[in-house]
Design a binder for this molecule. Structure first.
Ligand code: NI
Length: 227
């Protein structure tokens, strides 16, 4: 499942973050790549664990923790601290698949990447190209979202970022391990949750069928989740 999470950050937050990022020092993006993706990658990154990356990363994680849509769609167990990249002057990231396991350098913190996220920090009209193109069972999707919006997609998908031919594309990218490893199971839970919310809004939370369906949701989650 590919899903857009709109307005993770407000325009004011995006502007404040951009001030910090634009004043920071950027390094070659290949510092986080596996050997195969290093061949495909051509961009700049904020150094992992730098003060600016940490500060904005915490802001993103706090915002996501308050987003019912994100929690319902991702069922997050562990989120890798957000990283930041910038593409300009023809830079691109060729077709690749994200590494299955991510370890935070110098720590024992490790996740299995079930879901990948890109949160946009540039407005689409401020650059040409820079389209995130994702191929999976749902076909090929092209993603270029307003600043502050995020896309969530399966880490198992092949994806690439097209060449940025005007302006700069700044974004945050990160991975998470979900409580529910399987994308199809996670998608079913998300759909069921949405329907329960809709029926509950119509009939009220005390409706016996709403209660029964809520029970089905939790019992499926109990069956499928690791915590
Ligand atoms: Ni990737």
């Amino acid at each position: 499942m590919l899903i857009e999470i709109p307005e993770v950050l407000t325009k004011e937050q995006v502007a404040q973050c951009r001030q910090l990022m634009d004043a920071a020092e950027w390094v070659d993006g290949n510092v986080t790549s596996g050997s195969q993706s290093a061949l495909a990658k051509n961009n700049m990154q904020l150094p992992e664990g730098s003060p600016v990356a940490r500060q904005i990363g915490d802001l993103i994680q706090d915002a996501l923790g308050q987003s019912p849509l994100f929690i319902s769609a991702a069922l997050p167990l562990k989120v890798f601290p957000p990283l930041f990249n910038r593409y300009e002057g023809g830079q691109a990231f060729g077709m690749h698949v994200d590494n299955a396991i991510r370890q935070l350098r110098g720590t024992s913190f490790r996740i299995r990447s079930d879901l990948s996220a890109t949160l946009f920090f540039s407005e689409p009209e401020d650059y040409d190209g820079g389209v995130l193109t994702i191929e999976d069972t749902f076909g090929k999707q092209e993603v270029k979202l307003p600043a502050g919006h995020m896309v969530l997609y399966p880490s198992s998908s092949l994806h690439h970022v097209t060449s940025v031919t005007r302006g700069a594309r700044v974004s945050s990218f990160f991975w998470m391990q979900s409580m529910v490893r399987d994308d199809a199971q996670r998608t079913l839970l998300f759909q069921l949750d949405n329907s329960i919310q809709a029926v509950g809004a119509e009939r009220g939370g005390k409706d016996p069928e709403v209660i029964r369906l809520t029970g089905v949701y939790h019992n499926l989650l109990r069956m499928w989740a690791d915590s």
